[in-house]
Design a protein around this ligand. Sequence first.
Ligand code: SF4
Ligand code: SF4
Length: 276
Amino acid sequence: MAKKAFLIDVDRCNGCHNCQIACKDEHVENEWLPYAKPQPDTGQFWCKVEEEVCGRTPHVRVRYLPTQCNHCDEAPCMKNCDALYKRDDGLVILDPEKSKGKKEIVDSCPYGAIYWNDELEIPQKCTGCAHLLDDGWAVPRCVDACCTGALRFGEEEEFAEELKNAVVLQPELGTSPRVYYLNMPKRFVAATVVDIDEDEVVEGAEVILQRASDGEVVLSSHTDEFGDVWLENVEPESYTMWLKKEGYLDQPVEVDLTKKDQAFPELQFFKAPERA
Ligand code: SF4
Ligand code: SF4
């Protein structure tokens, strides 16, 4: 049987949460044996849209990341545990009968994709809607509910070209996930460049991003009529951002993007002294 995969295009996700709601609609108060017992209406998100607000007002971006069980090929949760198994299509199933009382299974997933159900005393997670696929559905409910095309599900071969540019979450874990991501955002630096003496924004200043480790210029742009500049999709490293414009002193600004995006709401730019 052909192996299936999820392909998530982060660029297309608008944070509508339809996928998360569809998962609830499918699994809350519904029992889909042998794959799942009912998902509680609160506390569990087998399909979860994570939201991250990046930057600083007025330079803010909101990012959405749909997450779920990765249906890993080298799944740590399956090691030494007979309550989990892999289907021929690649989906990892957590057997609700065999796992009863085994709370330790929750900690076996490094992605936090397994939840504990206090009432039923079982660990639970995304089933990939295996019951629907068995019934002839082509995709799980979350994918079916996604109107933007951000979520897709299909045979891995069908996605072969796009998978060349895809990444998985936390590849360093070596779990070989079957959930792939396209267009994962990198970092940005943004600024409003101002001339305090003139009490004005500076339009048309050249802004150059130079990598600290080797001095290579990775990106450049110019401030717009509002004095704003965005340098986006850069690697999480340290940089020197240079401001340049005729009549002004070349100005270096240290930018650390290793842990988060950076925004400068009011970056002062100083005029060059006039020649005598
Ligand atoms: Fe994003 Fe699609 Fe989920 Fe909406 S349904 S949050 S667009 S993945
Ligand atoms: Fe197991 Fe977690 Fe991988 Fe899902 S994401 S297969 S629960 S290790």
